[in-house]
Design a protein around this ligand. Sequence first.
Ligand code: ATP
Ligand code: MG
Length: 558
Amino acid sequence: MAENLTPPSNFVQNAIDEDLKNGKYTEGIHTRFPPEPNGYLHIGHAKSICLNFGLALANGGKCNLRFDDTNPTKEDVEYVDSIQEDVKWLGFSWEDRKFYASNYFPQLYEYAVELIRRGKAYVCDLSAEQIRAYRGTLTEPGKESPYRNRSLNENLDLFARMKQGEFPDGSHVLRAKIDMASPNITMRDPVIYRISHTSHHRTGDEWCIYPMYDFAHPLSDAIEGITHSVCTLEFEDHRPLYDWLLDSLGFDPTTRPRQIEFARLNLTNTVMSKRKLRQLVEGGYVSGWDDPRMPTISGLRRRGYTAASIRDFCERIGIAKSNSLVDVAILEHCVREDLNVNADRVMAVLHPLKVVLTNYPVGKTEHLLAENHPTRGGHHYVPFGRELYIDQADFMEDPPKKFFRLKPGGEVRLKHAYIIKCEEVVRDAAGQIQELHCTYDPESKAGGATASRKIKGTLHWVEASSALPAEVRLYDYLLTTDTDGEVADDFLSALNPKSLTVIQDALIEPAVRWTAAGTHYQFLREGYFCVDKDTTPDHLVFNQVVGLRDSWAKAQKG
Ligand code: ATP
Ligand code: MG
């Protein structure tokens, strides 16, 4: 990635500028991207990655990758691996700064003991249900736990025994001693450690107590020397706790990290939460985390999105302080712009209809030149012969007035080739159209006497004997509605039953014979496609990335 970008103008950058002006963080800017390894990253995470790594790059600072792995029940190394692959693929580097919150378990434990020593934490024996009941509501203050005023020694003893595994899950927790009457419910003596006799994917059975996110996060930031801890808006209410913990443990206010919130990305027609994405995977609604319909980074990559287009998208949408819904058409616009410049053009016929050129010599083939790209140039050969295929949608027997494709008695130009005229529609016994008999104008190819003859329609086509069979997967949105059911939580009922259409018998020109996974093409008149990982030289498989029509750009022009 290009280094030393101009600092973006956004409120996080403004906050950084302000801090630097006030003499804070003289050691430089240090951010982090802190995923929990409980699923694959999605496009929302890409926004956070671009922001955090982007701020570091723009300010000559550093950005850490930190696995926030404090909840052993849902985490897995498969996710740790995929997260690294995705961040790298997006074009960012954490250099030698890959960290795990679980590496800090010993330090975090010591910080908890220190909090107890300072009279700011206590062991509570209330059940989870009782704690909830005691917590109060938005309008009513909470009630103090009967265990709140335990002696220092009793707290130290109980916490040590929690660690030693003397107690079952749920019997005790460690809570911060803050204020049960605080208007901010987060500050009503939040739980900071819980007992869980669960193996951790990195620390095994070493621990049976695990720190809560709200405790582990600020301290992990402080341990790593993070200056700006950028997170999403739902943590705004947790910021006082973030500050309280660091202040209570005596961290220097001019160097300790500062939390800044921004609005999370929501996209129309898109499920955007790891929990729900996991439901789709586990329920078999999609083929896996990298199903090309998934908004995961691995799904987008397999679909054919480029890293550059995703970075471009994140830059365009910017960051804000209030939640909103971004039109998925903007994301599509970004990849379309990229592939328009970078994808080679080829011809593929998705729904073949046979055409026989009755005046073309039997057994003859010729090789015509086709440009790879309208501006970048480059050429390849396409074979041409007596039998061809065009798309069924490009022929109508009884067309409306302005139909400029092929019709009985009508003429069209075949791209890179000749003008043909439809002479006869041939049907099978059942009355279905079997093939078209056409004639071609031998002088109408490039350089010929009638090459510049005015013809309204130009069609793509393939030559029958050389065309390669291909499987083409077409996609529609996973959700039929604009939101992912965040409120109703019933997103499964909004799943689009037509999100995948597989065409088994498409035909493509032979130039792509040895193409491999990840290669992009524009199929002329059809859209952008990317070779799928299921492809083999004997069975080509393509994913549709996006169509050619840009609803977003069109709407912008009004
Ligand atoms: P999800 O709700 O999808 O599971 P999460 O916030 O629990 O997401 P984490 O692994 O904790 O996932 O997220 C790592 C980082 O990515 C966090 O800093 C989080 O704020 C950020 N992030 C997650 N989802 C989005 C989103 N939709 N838009 C922007 N940032 C996001
Ligand atoms: Mg999370």
